[in-house]
Ligand binder design. Structure first.
Ligand SMILES: Nc1ncnc2c1ncn2[C@@H]1O[C@H](COP(=O)(O)OP(=O)(O)OP(=O)(O)O)[C@@H](O)[C@H]1O
Ligand SMILES: [Mg+2]
Length: 418
């Protein structure tokens, strides 16, 4: 790496740092000393007269190459080779042999020895062997460093991508906040209107009127809390806080959903049915997120036609992972988040089913796109399903849509059960 002349002009201390280290192991004084004479100027030398001392040295120093005799009193060279590789798999080891069988040599090579030389060795061959072992060691190091650098670079790139993704979606997220808060706001304003009508002509609120107002105020308070929770969730997403929310009980969420949907203007005279789980279960998702998902799907189901139709929500527990091969995309089917789905049982399946007109095949691939809507600007912004998609991805769930023209549409969400 460095030319000899450069090394000569630097201090001894620097030499120690920059020179590579060679460990020489032999239980005979003669060969040990002759190796020392050959290599003392070129490398930092460490000498050991048995295996144990060699291992100790390897633990205390970064050794590049070791030369070890195979036949030694106590620990054999092959055993030592194994120990050295255990300390640092990148150490290159040259074996010195005298009368060893081919099997022993084969074993040594299999254990990672890089070369073997016969004793007595000639100096030229020995120098060549050590030089090429040193080169292999440097190359290996470089490859490892490059690998590490590559990994760091990839990590950095990923971070960069995340930042870009967040910047890109920031606008979308703000729009989503407004969209999601709109739902509870509709309920709040409806209830305030109702209260106004009820008490506008009275000068005192008491008796039944008072109970009425108290009851509506309770709902309004719940909806305001909902709004706050929605913005909190989105803001923590923007800040990239991973929110380890406790698992939520599904039937509790379904009861909340019923309260919310019943007062929504889209319901009108349509049929609405919620079938809770026979045995309640918990899922790994933030409760507000789950309500947002179900609410968006349910309101869509009510808004799919002006004709009278039915909307039903039901849940069931799926004990085994899903067979995703049966859920491929087609003119009547769509599976979302196939890659990010944590598909291990038990899962919770929640379906939102309507008996509406169904979704045409040419529209189906677009329904999750932000701002895609077939509704008038007064009725839809086209953000609902985009929000649903994002929340399902975050929860590592999946969403399957099955639709048939003239029969209706079913959205099934799959979430990891707790
Ligand atoms: N149950 C359904 N039946 C028929 N079409 C549906 C159904 N659900 C969604 N769609 C279609 O998907 C489109 C996108 O839905 P999405 O919820 O994203 O937006 P939106 O309902 O139009 O507006 P927003 O939800 O923002 O008020 C809808 O405009 C509609 O065409
Ligand atoms: Mg919608």
């Amino acid at each position: 790496m460095h030319s000899q002349s450069l090394l000569d002009t630097t201090s001894n201390k620097l030499d120690m740092v920059q020179k590579r280290t060679l460990l020489i192991v032999d239980d005979e004084e003669g060969p040990r000393q002759s190796l020392r004479v050959v290599f003392k100027d070129e490398y930092n030398l460490l000498m050991a007269n048995d295996g144990n001392r060699a291992i100790e040295l390897a633990r205390q120093n970064k050794i590049d190459v070791a030369i070890t005799d195979i036949r030694m009193v106590g620990m054999s060279g092959v055993e030592l080779l194994e120990h050295l590789k255990a300390v640092d798999p990148a150490i290159e080891v040259i074996m010195l042999t005298a009368y060893e069988t081919v099997d022993t040599l084969r074993l040594a090579l299999r254990l990672g020895a890089c070369d073997y030389l016969n004793k007595p060795f000639d100096i030229v061959t020995m120098r060549k062997a050590v030089a090429s072992a040193m080169e292999r060691r440097s190359l290996g190091e470089e490859i490892r460093n490059n690998g590490q650098q590559l990994q760091e670079l990839q990590k950095e790139l990923q971070n960069q991508k995340m930042v870009e993704e967040i910047t890109r979606t920031r606008g979308e997220i703000y729009a989503s906040i407004i969209h999601d808060i709109n739902g509870p706001l509709t309920v709040i304003s409806g209830f305030i209107q109702l209260m106004n009508q009820r008490i506008c002509a009275t000068s005192r609120v008491e008796g039944e009127d008072l109970d009425f107002v108290k009851d509506r105020l309770k709902t309004i308070t719940r909806q305001v809390t909902n709004c706050i929770e929605i913005s909190r969730r989105y803001l923590s997403f923007l800040r990239q806080n991973s929110d380890d929310s406790p698992p939520v009980g599904v039937n509790h969420i379904l009861a909340d959903l019923r309260d919310l949907v019943c007062v929504h203007p889209s319901v009108r005279e349509n049929e609405f049915q919620i079938e809770p789980l026979i045995e309640d279960a918990t899922v790994k998702i933030n409760g507000t997120d789950l309500i947002q998902i179900l609410l968006n799907l349910t309101i869509n189901a009510f808004q799919c036609t002006a004709e009278k139709h039915a909307v039903g929500i039901s849940g069931r527990l799926v004990p085994q992972p899903l067979d995703l091969s049966g859920l491929s995309d087609g003119p009547e089917d769509r599976l979302l988040n196939r890659e990010g789905f944590r598909n291990s049982g038990p899962l919770l399946a929640l379906s939102v089913k309507d008996t509406g007109p169904g979704i045409p095949a040419e529209i189906l691939p677009k329904i999750f796109d932000p701002y895609f809507t077939t509704k008038s600007s007064a009725q839809g912004t086209g953000l609902g399903l985009n929000v649903v998609q994002r929340l399902i991805r975050e929860a590592k769930g999946a969403l399957h849509v099955h639709t048939r023209i003239g029969e209706g549409t079913t959205f099934v969400i799959y979430l990891p059960a707790a």
